[in-house]
Design a protein around this ligand. Structure first.
Ligand SMILES: C[S@@+](CC[C@H](N)C(=O)[O-])C[C@H]1O[C@@H](n2cnc3c(N)ncnc32)[C@H](O)[C@@H]1O
Length: 330
């Protein structure tokens, strides 16, 4: 018996942005080559405006107060890109209509030395869900700037073939809408290095201003949060009580800084409780997971139904009931 590894967790990871095309890998499905999809920003348009920011290019701003959990925009890709196959990416760009090509080449380019639009892909591409080999560039969503304390998440929906932006906190009218381009479970210096290397800018968000208490506290907490993630995997089977203790510790540390990053802990706890036949507890963890999922991806999210099922019937989890240990006091 084994606990599914993190890579098998059905929760889509909200990290990373795109990849240099030279690091891209798998072939794009045929239908993308000959029929580039239309880009369509959806009807939620009135919630945001894209405008110039002095010295920073463009950014997206809230035009009205936006509640946590609101879908701010959903958008089809302007162009799909393939990670390791530069040729396919070039073909996809060339296949764009004149209007879409104009939109593509109008996007920000932090790597003008790269030929044939690869600088634009590297600057603006987002991963397509969990598949590390595929990505996409968007006419509107690619205008969203980065913050290490983001107020939205971005998520690919494999059913609707659209990227969704959801508010993860209440956003006041006029505030900039910002997502994260990188994994946030990194210390300040590592985040800064990653952003500099991959996007050529220095982040000045509250978590990145080295002199603030929050930045220092976060730097102390991050290694322990990552350690908790590893310890959960290590003890999930041989000592599930201990593993659940690390779930709680990781969540308590995260709680001091933001709502982000909790979903994986919830899902790990759900799996452990379900495997060891503690279905009431498993249900509670699945409900917490589902609550976050609703905020971050909405009820149309690709895996929403699966998590509803887990929260209503934890026995539907593949490895449920493999063993029994009473975890009610863990
Ligand atoms: C996907 S684009 C975002 C939109 C871009 N500002 C524009 O004008 O279209 C990514 C680029 O925007 C800039 N950028 C994004 N977030 C930033 C931030 N927090 N501080 C400074 N520049 C940022 C960087 O040049 C980065 O390579």
């Amino acid at each position: 018996m084994k606990v599914p590894r993190r890579g098998e967790d059905p929760s889509p990871r909200k990290q990373g942005r795109v990849y240099p095309p030279s690091r891209v890998a798998s072939p794009r499905p045929r239908h993308f080559q000959n029929h580039p999809p239309k880009t369509s920003a959806s009807m939620e348009e009135s919630l945001y405006i894209v405008k110039d920011i002095p010295t920073l290019g463009k950014g997206m701003f809230a035009t009205q107060d936006i509640k946590r959990g609101t879908c701010i925009i959903s958008e089809s890709p302007l162009v799909y890109v393939s990670k390791n196959d530069s040729f396919e990416t070039v073909q996809a760009i060339q296949a764009l209509s004149n209007k879409n090509k104009k939109g593509f080449f109008a996007l920000h380019n932090s790597f003008p030395e790269l030929p044939l639009g690869f600088g634009i892909v590297k600057t603006n591409g987002l991963p397509l869900g969990q598949d590390p080999a595929r990505g996409a560039v968007y006419r509107v969503i690619s205008r969203i700037n980065h913050s290490c304390t983001p107020n939205v998440t971005h998520a690919w929906n494999s059913k609707t073939k659209k990227e969704y932006i959801h508010a993860i906190e209440d956003i006041p009218a006029g505030a900039e809408i910002m997502t994260s381009y990188i994994s946030l479970l990194m210390k300040r210096a590592d985040r800064q290095a990653s952003l500099k290397h991959s996007f050529r800018f220095k982040c000045h968000c509250s978590l990145c201003i080295a002199t603030t208490a929050i930045s220092k506290d976060y730097d102390i907490a991050v290694p322990r949060i990552n350690e908790c993630k590893d310890l959960i995997i290590q003890y999930a089977i041989k000592n599930p009580r201990k593993a659940l203790g690390h779930v709680r510790e990781g969540l308590a540390l995260l709680d001091k800084f933001s709502n982000r990053g909790k979903m994986n802990f919830y899902f790990d706890a759900f799996q452990i409780c379900a495997i060891f036949s503690n279905y009431d507890l498993a249900k509670k963890w699945a409900e917490l997971y589902l609550e976050e999922y609703r905020v971050e991806e909405g009820v149309t999210g690709s895996q929403y139904e699966q998590f509803v099922e887990f929260s209503q019937n934890p026995k539907s989890f593949e490895q449920a009931g493999a063993a029994f240990i009473d975890l009610s006091s863990a």
